[in-house]
Design a binder for this molecule. Structure first.
Ligand code: SF4
Length: 374
């Protein structure tokens, strides 16, 4: 196959769905841990093509959704400081924080006159720092292992150039520790995983080799298009039915076992592995990235520490995104879904992000919306 359209071919999609039905003898629960896969499943109705016993649940695969509210609060506080240009991916601008009623999100800071800019890469923020030597430029570094290499490159270049007016608010997260946290939970329903193809393109899949036998769970590295997702499910069910728990790679056109070693080296040069807070899940050991000592002066939370109030405890919220991110509930189970929480007035990050499960259900699972693969 050469083109994306071929991975959306309805006949082939139905063939693979039929093949899954043919090998399924009992119920299985499979979690995808990638917002791109979640949107593909919901948008194309892939779950509706599966035999009744196969349940798909959506894990913490949306980087915007897992960014903790306290970090959003810090981002809002930094963006509101005079003399700061705050640079962020667009998805983060409407994610609600937890404490500032007057300025609930970064978009409201911008509306109130703050210099908040949408960028597509941390290197764009670096350029802005060069153009504005009289300002402090802060980049909001969020995302999985996929976006971490570009962040690391920006810090590396800023270090080489001796840039004094560039810093980062870092909230990068790592997928394998989150998978282990889910598998260790007493509430865990996951029997098989679809691992995120884009994360594995960078990191490879050698880290999963120990996880699969430890928890006796098949892990299939899977792409995002409908045919990718169904092939990943097929491989996962095949393992489950035969009692195997191994790592397999469906996404061979992009992923090698060792991944992109140049990108990994860059990440390891600039970052060290640290504990990380995940929104709705809590603290997960060894699941985040923090700046290493030679680069720590680029840490915005340290540089501006005297301007930042200690984070107060978050008030209770109606949002059940933590349960959704752990696969315990689906968006329709949330009492606020589609009523008090909509993309225009989100209560939680999964309704804001283009990769969020709530946004996917809102967009594609309203009664008038039908699946695109027929
Ligand atoms: S529908 Fe809204 S309030 Fe409910 S879990 Fe999703 S984001 Fe949170």
């Amino acid at each position: 196959m050469k083109f994306v359209d071929e991975y959306r071919d309805a006949d082939r999609v139905h063939q693979v769905a039929n093949a899954i039905a043919a090998i399924t003898t009992r119920p299985w629960t499979i979690m995808e841990i990638c917002g791109g896969q979640t949107h593909s499943i919901v948008k194309f109705g892939l779950d509706t093509l599966l035999p009744e016993g196969i349940t798909l649940i959506h894990g913490p695969g949306c980087p915007v959704c897992v960014t903790p509210a306290e970090i959003i609060d810090t981002a809002i506080a930094l963006a509101a400081l005079p003399g700061v240009i705050f640079c962020s991916f667009g998805d983060m601008l409407r994610v609600p924080g937890s404490v500032n009623i007057a300025l609930p999100d970064l978009l409201s800071v911008k509306a109130a006159g703050g210099d908040v800019r949408i960028v597509y890469s941390p290197l764009d923020a670096l350029k802005i720092a060069h153009y504005h030597p009289d300002k402090q430029v802060v980049f909001f570094a969020v995302g999985f292992e996929t976006t971490a290499p570009a962040t690391a490159m920006a810090v590396f270049q800023a270090h080489q150039q001796g840039l004094q007016n560039f810093s980062l608010l870092v909230s990068h997260v790592l997928v394998p520790p989150a998978m282990e946290a889910i598998l260790s939970s007493p509430n865990c329903r996951v029997q098989g995983f679809l691992a995120a193809g884009h994360v594995c393109t960078v990191m490879g899949y050698h880290e999963y080799v120990a996880i699969a036998p430890k928890y006796h769970v098949p892990i299939v590295v899977t792409g995002f298009e409908p045919l990718d997702v169904l092939q990943g499910i097929y491989l996962c069910v095949q393992q489950l039915e035969s009692g195997r728990a191994e790592v397999e790679n469906q996404y061979v056109r992009s992923v090698r076992k060792q991944g992109n070693e140049t990108a990994q080296h860059l990440i390891q040069t600039v970052f060290e592995v640290v504990p990380q807070q995940w929104r709705g899940i809590g603290n997960i050991a060894q699941s985040g990235l923090g700046l290493r000592q030679p680069y720590r002066h680029f840490d915005a939370s340290q540089r501006f520490a005297s301007h930042l109030a200690p984070a107060p405890a978050s008030p209770p919220s109606d949002c059940i995104s933590g349960l959704i991110l752990q696969g315990i509930h689906k968006p329709h189970d949330c009492p606020a879904f589609g009523t008090r929480c909509t993309p225009e007035h989100p209560l939680g990050a999964p309704m804001v992000s283009s990769e969020g499960a709530c946004a996917a259900y809102y967009r594609y699972r309203q009664p008038t919306v039908t699946a695109s693969i027929t």
